[in-house]
Design a protein around this ligand. Structure first.
Ligand SMILES: [Zn+2]
Length: 123
């Protein structure tokens, strides 16, 4: 069987995207559970100022991690949609095919490497 060298293996990329998405969803769920239980223990005990400060800091960190995960999930969902549309792997800036090697590492990539560096710079 001859494989087309530059073709994107959409099935395996789809599986990878779905897997990453499920992992992120699971992490978000766990973080939310943790936040809930933290809030619960905070309400139950009086706690001193240091505890409250630590809790607030942890809550802020968790909120940041949760936000990053949710952003990642949005990217993954968008990539899964592009996979359905058949536009996955097409650079959104210059419309060239993103190299398969890049997609294998970052299947949610929306830009080829040169465009990505431009997009990053002007973000
Ligand atoms: Zn490009």
């Amino acid at each position: 069987m001859t494989a087309v060298a530059e073709s994107v293996d959409t099935a395996s990329i789809g599986r990878l995207l779905q897997q990453r998405h499920d992992e992120a969803a699971e992490q978000v769920r766990r973080l939310q559970d943790q936040t809930e239980s933290m809030r619960g223990s905070h309400d139950a005990g009086a706690g001193d100022a240091a505890d409250v400060g630590t809790l607030a800091l942890e809550a802020a960190e968790q909120a940041m991690v949760t936000m990053a995960l949710q952003e990642q999930m949005t990217r993954l969902q968008a990539a899964l949609k592009r996979l359905d549309d058949g536009t996955l792997g097409v650079c959104q800036r210059c419309s060239t095919q993103i190299p398969v090697t890049r997609l294998q590492v970052m299947p949610w990539a929306t830009h080829c490497v040169p465009c990505q560096s431009i997009v990053d710079r002007y973000r």
